[in-house]
Design a protein around this ligand. Structure first.
Ligand code: ACO
Length: 329
C-alpha cells in the first residue's frame, strides 16, 4: 500500500517584515541580505498569534480541500521547534481546534528537516495499512525565538505553516523513497540553549539571551551545502533516476546559495527548482509544505510527475524524499 499526498495547504501571517525594516533595527543592509541569502521579505505573526493558530488554518484548509470530515482524520503530526508550549503538544491543540475527535497526534522536533521526518512517519503509518487519513503539518513561529538585536540570525527567518493530507494511493503513485540522517555532533552550531530541562528559564538564562536561536552560520552553511547536495544525489542514484527526469525539486529554503549547490550537483535547471525564500525567508519546518502548496496552486505538478524534496537543519538533521505525484494540480 503506497501513501500519497491528496491535498496541500499553507498559511502565512499578514504582517510583512522587509529588509529595509530590518535596516532600522540592526546594522544590516538590503543588499547584504539579498546577495548572501536571497531573502527580501518575511512574514511575522500578529501579537498573540502562535504556531497552533497557523497550523489550525492549514488543517482546516486541508479538510476543506480534501472534502474530509474532521472525525475522519486519524493522526495529526506537527513538525515544529516553536510549539505554543512545551506541552501539551501543538498537535493536541490543532486536534481540538478542528474537532478531529478520532485523531491522536504528536509534535516532532526535527528543525528544518522536521517536515521530512514527519512526512516519512506519516507515509509509513499509511503504508502499514492501519491508517487512511494522516495530516502532516510543518509550522514555525521563528520570530518568537529570534534575537532582533543579532544581525547574524534575525534577518534569516520568518513565520509560517504548511501541510498535506496523506491517504492510501488508489493508483501506483505516491511515496517512492526517502533517505534521512541525523548527526548530533553538529548540535552546538545551531541551537536554542535555554528553556529545556538543561537550562530551565531563570533570570540568568534570560539575561544571557539563552532563549534565542544561536547559529555559527559559516559552519552550518558548509555542512548544509555538502549534506543537501549529497543526499539528493544519493536518492536519485539509488532509484536509477537522472536529474532530467525530476519535474520539480522543492528544497528547504535556508539560503539560495545552498539550494543552487544541491541543484547543480543533480544537474537540475532553474525551471525544475522551486524558490520562494525571497518572499518568506526560512520558516524552518514550514518551508517545504509552503512550497508544495504554491506548486499545486501554480499547476506545476501533473499525475505521474517526479517530485524531489530535501532539507538540512539543526541537529544536524538532513534528508531527501522522492514522490511520484498522484493528481493533476
Ligand atoms: N548584515 C550585514 N552583515 C552581516 C549580517 C547581516 N545581517 N550577518 C552577518 N554579517 C557579517 C558578519 O558579521 C561577517 O562580518 P565579519 O567578516 O566582519 O566578521 C560578514 O557579514 C560575513 O559573515 P559570514 O558568516 O561569512 O557570511 P556568509 O556569507 O557565510 O552568510 C549566512 C551568512 C547567511 C548565515 C550563511 O552562513 C548561511 O546561510 N548559513 C546557513 C544557514 C542554514 O542553513 N541554517 C540551517 C537551517 S536553520 C534551522 O535548522 C533552524
Amino acid at each position: 500500500m503506497k501513501a500519497t499526498i491528496t491535498a496541500s495547504a499553507r498559511y502565512l501571517p499578514e504582517r510583512i517584515l522587509t529588509n529595509s525594516d530590518l535596516e532600522k533595527m540592526v546594522d544590516t543592509s538590503d543588499e547584504w541580505i539579498r546577495t548572501r541569502t536571497g531573502i527580501v521579505t518575511r512574514h511575522i505573526v500578529a501579537e498573540g498569534q502562535a504556531s497552533s493558530h497557523m497550523a489550525t488554518h492549514v488543517a482546516n484548509t486541508l479538510l476543506e480541500r480534501s472534502g474530509s470530515d474532521p472525525d475522519e482524520i486519524e493522526v495529526i503530526i506537527v513538525a515544529t521547534v516553536t510549539p505554543d508550549m512545551l506541552f501539551p503538544a501543538t498537535a493536541a491543540l490543532v486536534q481540538n481546534n478542528i474537532g478531529a475527535t478520532n485523531a491522536w497526534g504528536f509534535d516532532l522536533s526535527g528543525a528544518c528537516t522536521g517536515f521530512l521526518y514527519a512526512l516519512e512517519t506519516g507515509s509509513r503509518l499509511i503504508q502499514s495499512g492501519g491508517y487512511k487519513k494522516v495530516m502532516v503539518i510543518g509550522v514555525d513561529t521563528m520570530s518568537s525565538i529570534l534575537d532582533f538585536t543579532d544581525r547574524n540570525t534575525c534577518v534569516l527567518f520568518g513565520d509560517g505553516a504548511g501541510g498535506v493530507l496523506l491517504e492510501p494511493s488508489e493508483n501506483s503513485y505516491g511515496f517512492i523513497d526517502s533517505i534521512l540522517h541525523t548527526d548530533g555532533s553538529g548540535g552546538a552550531y545551531l541551537l536554542m540553549p535555554g528553556g529545556g530541562s538543561l537550562h530551565p528559564p531563570t533570570h540568568e538564562t534570560v539575561d544571557k539571551r539563552m532563549h534565542y536561536i544561536r547559529q555559527d552560520g559559516k559552519i552550518v552553511f558548509k555542512f548544509a551545502v555538502k549534506g543537501m547536495a549529497e543526499v539528493c544525489a544519493d536518492i536519485l542514484e539509488r532509484n536509477g533516476i537522472s536529474g532530467k527526469e525530476i519535474k520539480l525539486f522543492i528544497p528547504h529554503q535556508a539560503n539560495k546559495r545552498i539550494i543552487d549547490a544541491a541543484a547543480k550537483r543533480c544537474g537540475l535547471t532553474d525551471d525544475q527548482v522551486l524558490i520562494n525564500i525571497n518572499k518568506y525567508g526560512n520558516t524552518t519546518a514550514a518551508t517545504i509544505p509552503i512550497g508544495l502548496d504554491e506548486a499545486v496552486e501554480e499547476k506545476r505538478l501533473k499525475t505521474g510527475d517526479l517530485l524531489l524534496l530535501a532539507a538540512f537543519g539543526a541537529g544536524f538533521t538532513w534528508g531527501s524524499m522522492l514522490f511520484r505525484w498522484g493528481f493533476d494540480s
